[in-house]
Design a protein around this ligand. Structure first.
Ligand code: DMJ
Length: 553
């Protein structure tokens, strides 16, 4: 909250645990499915409020809005579209998704975009509604925002028969409420955030103080998740939310509980700033380790063997797995932000800028490579051929080695390895990776990085790439009711999946809108976006807070 570097530190855990996030998502889906099949019919009726009596009807564009320019153009003719018109098209997509949710799933967690049904996939606290509040505000849809507030005002976060996953609930619901409060000043949203923040606090009641996976908000009983130990992303991604809440409410417990997690991290002798991904809640000690890693840039960035695309992967038992997940595509944006805002020697900054550019291009090209122009959720990059491993098969293709050689040779061609931006593979040409998970799940990470690349470099090309992705989403994901995840991105016509995750409204469409809108609505030196893209304001700690929390800045 206090600085750019802090926001980067808070987002970083999501990278280290891309793998674990996938499991979290899978776990939620499985539990949701079992719940839906077995228990849902008994609990469902009458538990949710009816949709509001006022129907959301046709979209209510904000004053001074341009008329919506539908139908959308074919990609070939789309390059000349004015930016503001593109922003309007994104807002129209958001309104379509939000209206579908409001009409068919109001009060439930998610809309089923293919069938027009609805489902509770998180806590049954209307996560799509809360996740979407700040996007409504940012897009100028204040009428819809105010229509939603009474539902949030009447909501109870004390649910006896459910366990709220701490990480997902903090980033989506607590973050969503706080951001909506910060943008609108609507007091009830702060009050609800305070209720929820307090109800989730028992998660921290462990021997070490590292939070449990989930908490029953009515009883305070906690549970572990798919692993007995704590995932780094889950236990650390609560800093922005709890510290802002402490600042707004004056409740010191919020700060101390969250900061205690950071104290454990500060005290851990991390190797090159990399932390183990699994921790024991009992002893606050790591379960696994990454001793072979000497930092993200040095050990986790690789080049693909033929097109020399720069990608990030994880180290599994000492070897690069060569897996690139869509979830990890937030990393280029992170490097771009860091290079712009964190004090560092110029050579290091240059390296971070290169990493940002190369990684962002790869994250974009894995969309552009596909006949659908939508990116897969997971790929595995081909290994380097045996003859090209320079005698070191373990680190073949390691980016930093190639950069060092290029520098020693006097920077031939002027373009560093991994930044050549080869064209997409079309018409069945050979990819230098295989698709492991061919789904596009409406995720935000790639457009998030495109937005941050545009904001930090001013290079219009990032907007063009974002526009291509938006057109593909319109073409393949739009349904009568909203937008659907799809399976089979390598096909001309991927198959729709009956799911519209809340982060599509909270993140994907918000980043696309911010990419195209003329004004800098969320200036990045005044707002920090949490890992669910909820902007929270940068603020100064007061004198008494500095004394209470031992803050020396
Ligand atoms: C979102 O809930 C957040 O971006 C989270 O950090 C990662 N997973 C999803 C989007 O893919």
């Amino acid at each position: 909250m206090r600085s750019w570097s802090q926001s980067i530190a808070v987002q970083a855990p999501c990278f280290a645990n891309g793998f674990s996030l996938r499991w979290i998502g899978g776990g939620i889906a499985l539990v949701g499915l079992l719940w839906f099949i077995i228990i849902h019919p008994f609990f469902d009726r009458g538990r949710h409020p009816e949709p509001p009596v006022h129907d959301f009807g046709p979209p209510h564009p904000p004053e001074n809005s341009h008329s919506l320019p539908l139908p959308l153009p074919e990609p070939s003719e789309s390059a000349s579209w004015p930016q503001q018109t593109r922003a309007d098209a994104v807002r129209d997509a958001f309104l379509h998704a939000f209206d579908g949710y409001a009409t068919h799933a109001w009060g439930f967690d998610e809309l089923r975009p293919v069938s027009g049904g609805r489902a509770d996939t998180l806590n049954g606290w209307a996560v799509t509604l809360i996740d979407a509040l700040d996007t409504l505000w940012i897009m100028g849809l204040h009428h819809q925002f105010h229509e939603a507030v009474p539902t949030v005002a009447k909501m109870s976060f004390l649910t006896e028969n459910k366990f709220a996953p701490f990480f997902e609930t903090v980033i989506r619901v607590l973050g969503g409420l706080l951001s909506a409060y910060a943008l609108s000043g609507e007091p009830i949203l702060l009050s609800r955030a305070d209720d929820l923040g307090r109800a989730l606090l028992p998660a921290f009641n462990t021997t070490s103080g590292l939070p449990m996976f989930s908490v029953n908000t009515a009883t305070g009983v906690t549970r572990q998740g798919w692993t007995v130990d704590a995932l780094w992303s889950e236990m650390t991604s609560c800093q922005l939310e709890y510290k802002y809440l402490a600042h707004l409410t004056g409740r010191t417990d919020y700060y101390h509980r969250a900061e205690h997690v950071m104290d454990i991290m500060y005290e851990w002798p991390a190797t090159d700033g990399l932390y183990p991904t699994l921790w024991s809640r009992k002893g606050a000690t790591p379960i696994n380790n990454m001793e072979s890693a000497k930092g993200i840039i040095e050990n986790l960035l690789y080049l693909s063997p033929r097109r020399k695309l720069l990608y990030v992967t994880d180290i599994d038992k000492g070897f690069p797995s060569r897996t690139l997940e869509h979830l990890s595509c937030f990393l280029p944006g992170l490097f771009a932000l860091g290079a712009k805002t964190v004090d560092m020697p110029s050579a290091e900054r240059e390296l971070h800028e290169w990493a940002a550019r190369g990684l962002a291009y790869t994250c974009y090209i894995i969309y552009a490579d596909q006949p659908s122009a939508l990116g897969p959720d997971e790929i595995v990059v081909d290994p380097w051929p045996p003859g090209q491993t320079d005698g070191n098969p373990l680190f073949a293709g390691r980016w930093v080695d190639h950069v060092n050689v290029w520098m020693e040779e006097g920077r031939p061609g002027g373009v560093p390895p991994g930044l050549h931006e080869p064209p997409p593979v079309i018409d069945g040409g050979a990819l230098d990776y295989r698709i492991k998970r061919p789904d596009y799940l409406l995720r935000p990470e790639v457009v998030e990085s495109l937005y941050l690349m545009w904001r930090t470099t001013g290079d219009e090309l990032w907007k063009e790439r974002g526009w291509e992705i938006f057109l593909a989403i319109e073409k393949h994901c739009r349904t009568d009711y909203g937008f659907a995840s799809v399976r089979g991105v390598g096909l001309n016509e991927p198959k729709k999946i009956d799911e519209m995750p809340s982060f599509f409204l909270a993140e994907t469409l918000k980043y696309l809108y911010l990419l195209f809108v003329d004004e800098d609505i969320v200036p990045l030196d005044k707002w920090v976006l949490n890992t669910e893209a909820h902007p929270l304001p940068v603020f100064e700690w007061t004198k008494w807070e500095k004394a209470e929390y031992n803050i020396s800045l």
